[in-house]
Design a protein around this ligand. Structure first.
Ligand code: TYD
Ligand code: ZN
Length: 407
């Protein structure tokens, strides 16, 4: 078989982890449509040349992001607060001054841009998910329902002129054709403009065994080392990095045109830390694979033991990540009869591949189960506080990362 090539630089990809056959992670469909959900091989490799860790297969975007794509960023208070903070900072610093123009790639339901809209900042969100865009428009956000790429960027430039800031959060890792994106950014970004993007951090995924961050939509697993190389490859420069607590550990990358800004000391510090963490070696992935197998064995045996004891267990949070856990561990409705989730679009559907019914969170207390398996572990604090009466009633939370434990 021909070598797989890096999507960024064309270097050779070496496989570092294989999680087997997996369904499209956001394919929450009615039970009768479940057999139509597409499957693919979920495996990642690292580029020999630029160190970018990435999927070995490519799922066609139209399989993953249908018009009814159910993800809503505003579903979490923590996420909402984070993006309101990002937006407030933009409103205060006004990139480009009074007439400055801000573009968000992957604006989802407008969670960030609505604050800019309310403050009268010239802006545009670009997002292919039509139903999320409608929600954003209801909040007064200016949206173009489209994939961002070199062509749409040229269109946006023709209509609005240069962007002083291009922002994107948790979207960049979802896009395979980053060359086209960077060409688009090159067309659209003002000479002194900044491109800022946030995404999950590979170092945190490896450190905390967050293997469920690996699913179809996450094509890239960024590190500072690989983003620095990627920015340079496309003629830009990584000028700043900042760690964020979101999604179990994320990094905000600030990219500028080459030579426009002196890179901050943080860039070199993060690179040194990643090298010290062994991110460029292979041992770290061997250990990762062993830790993942331990979670699988422990979780399945815990669920079986609880079932044998007559305990009722349900899932909490029908996350995209849960697809990897459920399918990798082979957990179905026999071991976990339902997963509760606050997203209306997922309720009444079944989880992809594992076919577990998704129910409204109101069903969680009706009656409370003995145990709840928390898939939305990144929202643990918020959810446990919201469901305090579950614990008061003697209920217990099962968390599976970094290893299976009762929280
Ligand atoms: P999310 O963190 O967006 O993860 P992923 O990117 O893996 O999909 O998913 C959180 C899910 O949990 C989402 O479907 C909404 C649900 N949820 C609740 O049901 N209740 C809550 O209080 C919160 C915060 C989330
Ligand atoms: Zn590469």
């Amino acid at each position: 078989m021909a070598d797989k090539r890096c999507r960024i630089c064309g270097g050779i990809l070496r496989e570092v982890l294989d999680l087997g056959r997996q369904p499209v992670s956001n394919a929450f469909v009615r039970l009768e449509d479940a057999p139509k959900v597409p499957f693919f091989r979920l495996a990642i490799g690292r580029c020999d040349s630029c160190a970018m860790v990435q999927q070995l297969e490519t799922v066609p975007p139209n399989e993953m992001y249908r018009a009814d794509y159910p993800y809503r960023a505003s579903g979490s208070l923590m996420i909402r607060r984070h993006f309101e903070g990002v937006a407030r900072e933009i409103v205060e610093t006004r990139p480009g001054g009074e007439g400055g123009f801000v573009v968000e790639i992957g604006s989802n339901d407008g969670v960030m841009l609505k604050t800019l809209a309310a403050a009268g900042v010239r802006h545009l969100g670009v997002d292919p998910a039509a139903s999320a865009d409608d929600v954003a428009r209801e909040h007064g956000v200016n949206v173009r329902t489209d994939f961002f790429n070199a062509e749409t960027a040229a269109d946006v430039y023709a209509e609005y002129g240069h962007a002083n800031l291009i922002f994107s959060a948790n979207t960049f890792s979802h896009i395979s054709y980053l060359d086209s994106i960077f060409r688009g950014i090159d067309t659209l970004l003002a000479a002194d403009g900044l491109f800022v993007f946030e995404d999950r951090s590979l170092a945190d995924i490896l450190r905390h065994n967050y293997f469920d961050q690996i699913y179809d939509e996450h094509i890239y697993f960024f590190s500072v080392v690989s983003v620095k190389a990627m920015a340079a490859h496309f003629g830009f420069e990584l000028v700043d990095v900042e760690h964020l607590p979101l999604h179990g550990g994320s990094i905000r990358y600030t990219v500028a045109r080459k030579g426009v800004r002196e890179p901050s000391a943080a860039v070199a510090e993060f690179v040194a830390q990643e090298e010290a963490d062994g991110l460029l070696g292979s041992d770290v992935f061997v250990r990762f694979a062993a830790d993942i197998d331990r979670v699988k064995a422990d979780l399945v045996s815990l669920l079986r033991d609880l079932q044998a004891d007559g305990r009722r267990v349900v899932g909490y949070g029908a996350t995209s990540r849960s697809a990897t856990v459920l399918n990798y561990c082979g957990i179905g409705p026999d071991l976990l009869p339902m997963v509760c989730d606050s997203t209306a679009e997922k309720q009444g559907c079944v989880t992809p591949g594992s076919m577990i019914p998704v129910c409204p969170t109101a069903d969680f207390s009706n009656p409370y189960p003995d145990y709840a398996l928390l898939f939305a572990w990144n929202h643990a604090e918020e959810i446990m506080a919201k469901e305090q009466s579950f614990q008061d009633a003697g209920g217990k939370w099962i968390v599976y990362v970094p290893k299976v434990h009762i929280a």
